[in-house]
Design a binder for this molecule. Structure first.
Ligand code: ADP
Ligand code: MG
Length: 357
C-alpha cells in the first residue's frame, strides 16, 4: 500500500499499533495534541513536537524569518493549550541550507522568542545541522498540568455542545492571498527591514486582506483560554484547529467515539474573511471548514456546564452538538443535513503541489 492510500492519520494509527505499548505513567500517548506523562505524584508533563518544512509548511517567498520563528513556537504552544496545559520549555532543531544568511537565523529566533516571552516559556536546547535541501524546523514544547485539569480529545459525550474560539478560515484565506501575490502592510514593512530577507514584494493591501495575512503568518496560540477552560472544568474535550475545522472535528469525534452535527450558519466568519470574499477563489465557508492553521480551540461542553463557560467570557461560539454514532453532518440554515468530509490537511492524501493549508 502506498502512503496516499493510507493517509497521514492511517499511517499514525499503524505506527501506534506497532509501538511498544504504554507504561502506567503514559496517561495519554499517541493520538492527542500532546502526550501526557506522569512525572510526579501530582504533576504531569505535556510533550509535543511539530516540524515545519520549507515547501510543505511554508514558502520563504511568502513569509519573513521573524514570522516563521513566531509561528514555529505558536504551533507547538497551541498543542499545549489544547490540553489545557501551561507551556514551560521548548527545544528547537534546525537543518539549515548553506544559502541562508546568519541574520535570517537570528530573525527566526527573535520571532521565536517574542512568542515565548509572551508565554513565559524558555528555550532550553535543540540541535543544529546542515541541509542539502530546504530549511527544516523541528520544535518540541514541554508543558505541565495537573491530572484533574487535563482536557483530552477523547472526553466528548452525546448531547455536549461544540464551541470554537475566534474565527476559523482567516489563516487559510490569508495563505491564498499570499500565494496570489498580495502582501500585508506589516509584512511589506518587515520585508524592507531586517526581518524580510527572502520575501518577495507583492501587491500591497491595506485592509481586510492584511488582517487575514497576519493571521496566517503570526497565529496566536490560545494558551490563556485553554487554561481557563481547564481550571474551570467546563470542557469535556478539546483540540486545536491545525488541519482545518472539518478534519479536527473528525479527530475529536474519532477519539471520543461520537458523531456530531455542525451548523454551517453558526460558524463565526470574520468581517475580514467576508470582506475579502471577492479576492478569494472559494466561498468563505470553504476556508472555515478546510483552511487549517487557525490555531483556535475547538471544544465541547456538557449542557449543564454552559453557564460556567459563559462566566469565563472567552470569545467562543457554539457551532454544533455531539451525537451518538460516528457520522459527522453539516447542517445548513434550512436544516438540510449532508455528510461532512474531513477536507482539511492530510500530508499524503493531497497532490503535493501546494503549501500546507
Ligand atoms: P497535531 O496536529 O495536534 O500536532 P498530529 O496530527 O501531528 O497532531 O499528530 C496526532 C498524534 O499522532 C499526536 O499524538 C502525535 O504525537 C502522534 N504522532 C504523529 N506522528 C507520529 C510518529 N511518527 N510517531 C509517533 N507518534 C506520532
Ligand atoms: Mg493539535
Amino acid at each position: 500500500m502506498n502512503l496516499s492510500n493510507l493517509g497521514e492519520f492511517g499511517l499514525i494509527h499503524a505506527i501506534q499499533r506497532l509501538s511498544s505499548g504504554r507504561s502506567p505513567d503514559t496517561v495519554i500517548g499517541i493520538g492527542d495534541d500532546a502526550a501526557v506523562l506522569k512525572i510526579g505524584p501530582a504533576t504531569l508533563l505535556l510533550a509535543t513536537t511539530d516540524m515545519l518544512i520549507e515547501g510543505v509548511h511554508f514558502d520563504l517567498s511568502c513569509t519573513d524569518h521573524y514570522s516563521l520563528g513566531w509561528k514555529s513556537a505558536a504551533v507547538n504552544l497551541s498543542d499545549i493549550a489544547a490540553m489545557g496545559g501551561l507551556p514551560r520549555f521548548c527545544l528547537t532543531s534546525l537543518a539549515l541550507p548553506a544559502r541562508i544568511p546568519v541574520e535570517a537565523v537570528m530573525d527566526f529566533y527573535r520571532g521565536f522568542h517574542a512568542l515565548l516571552r509572551a508565554h513565559k516559556t524558555i528555550l532550553a536546547g535543540g540541535d543544529t545541522c546542515s541541509s542539502k535541501g530546504g530549511l527544516v524546523i523541528s520544535v518540541t514544547a514541554l508543558g505541565e498540568a495537573k491530572k484533574r485539569t487535563i482536557i483530552s480529545r477523547a472526553g466528548a459525550k452525546r448531547g455536549d455542545r461544540i464551541f470554537i474560539t475566534g474565527t476559523p478560515g482567516d489563516s487559510g484565506a490569508g495563505l491564498e492571498l499570499l500565494r496570489s501575490g498580495v502582501r500585508s502592510q506589516e509584512s511589506e514593512a518587515r520585508s524592507q527591514g531586517a526581518g524580510g530577507r527572502g520575501q518577495k514584494p507583492g501587491v500591497r493591501s491595506e485592509d481586510f486582506n492584511s488582517e487575514l495575512i497576519e493571521r496566517h503568518l503570526r497565529p496566536v496560540p490560545r494558551v490563556k483560554w485553554g487554561r481557563q477552560l481547564a481550571l474551570s472544568g467546563c470542557a469535556s474535550s478539546m483540540i486545536d484547529v491545525s488541519d482545518g475545522l472539518s478534519s479536527d472535528l473528525f479527530h475529536l469525534c474519532e477519539e471520543s467515539g461520537t458523531g456530531a452535527l455542525l451548523f454551517s450558519d453558526k460558524i463565526p466568519l470574520s468581517p475580514a474573511l467576508l470582506g475579502s470574499a471577492d479576492r478569494l477563489r472559494k466561498p468563505p465557508l470553504h476556508y472555515a471548514l478546510s483552511g487549517g492553521e487557525d490555531y483556535e480551540l475547538l471544544f465541547t461542553v456538557p449542557s449543564a456546564r454552559v453557564r460556567t463557560l459563559e462566566k469565563l467570557h472567552i470569545p467562543a461560539t457554539e457551532i454544533g452538538t455531539i451525537t451518538a454514532g460516528n457520522a459527522v453532518f453539516l447542517v445548513n440554515a434550512a436544516g438540510k443535513k449532508t455528510i461532512l468530509k474531513p477536507t482539511g490537511y492530510d500530508h499524503f492524501k493531497r497532490a503535493n503541489d501546494r503549501v500546507k493549508r
